[in-house]
Write a protein that binds this ligand. Structure first.
Ligand SMILES: [Zn+2]
Length: 295
């Protein structure tokens, strides 16, 4: 019907976020028209979420947050039912029901963006694990001696291919003598983005293509390992970085095929997300609707 957004940063405290969301919801209400009403509010948030208690236990994107009762704070402020779910689970909820993973028996859902999120669906149901941590493919280590990760690990996938790491890869190459002209031209006056690197790569720039070749190979290695463990029939990949196109997908698929244990006839299908940037929104909203109408 309508959408709106507010920026958040690593220093954003719960009070500021809640106030921002409440303001936006109030503004969006005016778009509902006569008879329109808000049935429920769904929230997708990166990090370790306790769905039953509606608590953000911790979030890598919001490092100051600890055990924030976000669901109840929004419910009190908005006077509507609210549900809170991990953002990658919201993504899987949308793509697994209506999107690129619809009808899968065993699905692996991966989001590539600032962070790397993941979720697992088995027999049509999201699997949270014992504590809601299942599916955290971003914190599978793919580099034994890699950089430390805030999660406690080292060389986690997210530390190698999260969007800021992709930008660092490009900057490192340029600093050590690779041509940065095409990436700079695509960047314009602003700060370098993965989108700009992808545009340069798509246009044939060698530096940008080398960045995505590395990133695609690393993701392919991680997916092959997780695929050996899970045996999915479908892997759905979304998030802003996934929109880089073939410059990412080709090395990803090639590495996956070379490394995965499953023979070709039973390999999972690797598909781009159907809903793109809206997948988390759709999934969080549907999750809230289902929980509200089931209650
Ligand atoms: Zn980690």
């Amino acid at each position: 019907v309508a959408d709106a957004s507010i920026p958040t940063g690593r220093e954003t405290v719960p009070d500021v976020l809640v106030r921002g969301v409440v303001d936006r919801v109030a503004a969006l209400r005016e778009n509902l028209g006569p008879g329109g009403r808000i049935a429920a509010i769904g929230v997708g948030c990166a990090g370790l979420i306790n769905v039953d208690r509606g608590i953000v236990r911790l979030s890598p994107n919001l490092p100051t947050w600890r055990d924030v009762p976000l669901r109840d704070r929004l419910r009190d402020a908005l006077q509507r039912p609210v549900s809170l779910v991990n953002d990658a689970n919201a993504f899987a909820y949308a793509e697994g029901r209506y999107g690129a993973g619809a009808g899968c028996a065993t699905g692996l859902f991966v989001t590539l963006g600032t962070g790397v999120g993941g979720a697992v669906v088995i027999a049509g149901k999201l699997q949270g694990g014992a504590h809601g941590l299942a599916g955290e493919i971003g914190h599978v280590s793919v580099d034994v001696d890699g950089v430390e990760c805030p999660c406690g690990g080292r060389g986690c996938l997210e530390m190698l291919v999260g969007s800021s790491r992709i930008i660092e890869r490009a900057e490192r190459k340029i600093a050590s003598g690779a041509s940065g002209a095409a990436i700079r031209a695509a960047t314009g006056d602003g700060e370098m983005t993965t989108r700009a690197i992808a545009m340069a790569a798509e246009a044939g720039d060698r530096t940008a293509r080398a960045v995505f070749a590395e990133v695609g190979e690393i993701i392919g290695i991680a997916l092959a390992g997780v695929s050996n463990f899970l045996d999915p029939d479908v892997i759905v990949i979304g998030g802003g970085v996934a929109e880089a196109g073939e410059v990412l997908w080709e090395p990803l698929r090639r590495t996956f095929d070379a490394r995965v244990m499953a023979p070709a006839d039973i390999r999972p299908q690797i598909r781009p997300s159907r809903f793109g940037a809206s997948a988390g929104l759709i999934g969080a909203a549907r999750f809230a609707y289902d929980r509200t109408t089931a209650a």
